[in-house]
Write a protein that binds this ligand. Structure first.
Ligand SMILES: C[S@@+](CC[C@H](N)C(=O)[O-])C[C@H]1O[C@@H](n2cnc3c(N)ncnc32)[C@H](O)[C@@H]1O
Length: 135
């Protein structure tokens, strides 16, 4: 199994566990992270519009935070399942300024200099050292 596949299997298992993923020790919180709120407040001192990228967005908790705060928010994740769940939520909430795509951060498909803001909550720590420079 190659490294990327190993990572994908790990996260697939986490999503299979659903709301059990945190007690099982296989996951991460569902609520907005307080550090990301602090980050947002710092960002908003310089800008509160433009394109914002949430790398490895999962079910999009921080992508929604960015959209609700005026950014045109893009969430990418290399797994289809959380992206579809996030897309469904965005559709239900009738949000226009939020976009989710299945995409590997190591193979980004956006124009250069497209983003004003980039957020990463616990993705870089899953990138292998050989890929750090590319990341
Ligand atoms: C620890 S979870 C955090 C999810 C989300 N950032 C949050 O705060 O809820 C890491 C996420 O990054 C995704 N991921 C890991 N490596 C990735 C990569 N190379 N490209 C895109 N997504 C990746 C996983 O599928 C998973 O959804």
């Amino acid at each position: 199994m190659n490294d990327n596949r190993k990572q994908q299997e790990f996260f697939k298992k986490a999503y299979d566990l659903g709301s059990q993923r945190v007690p099982s020790g296989y996951g991460w919180p569902m609520e907005i992270d307080p550090q990301q709120l602090k980050f947002l407040n710092i960002v908003k001192q310089s800008t509160s519009s433009g394109n914002a990228l949430d790398i490895g967005c999962g079910q999009g908790r921080h992508t929604f935070m960015l959209a609700e705060n005026g950014f045109d928010a893009y969430g990418i994740d290399f797994l289809e399942r959380p992206v579809v769940e996030a897309q469904d939520k965005a559709k239900n909430e009738k949000l226009q300024n939020i976009h989710f795509k299945v995409m590997d951060v190591l193979d980004l498909d956006f124009p250069d200099n497209f983003f004003e803001v980039i957020l990463d909550w616990s993705v870089v720590d899953h990138i292998y050292p050989k890929d750090w420079a590319k990341y």
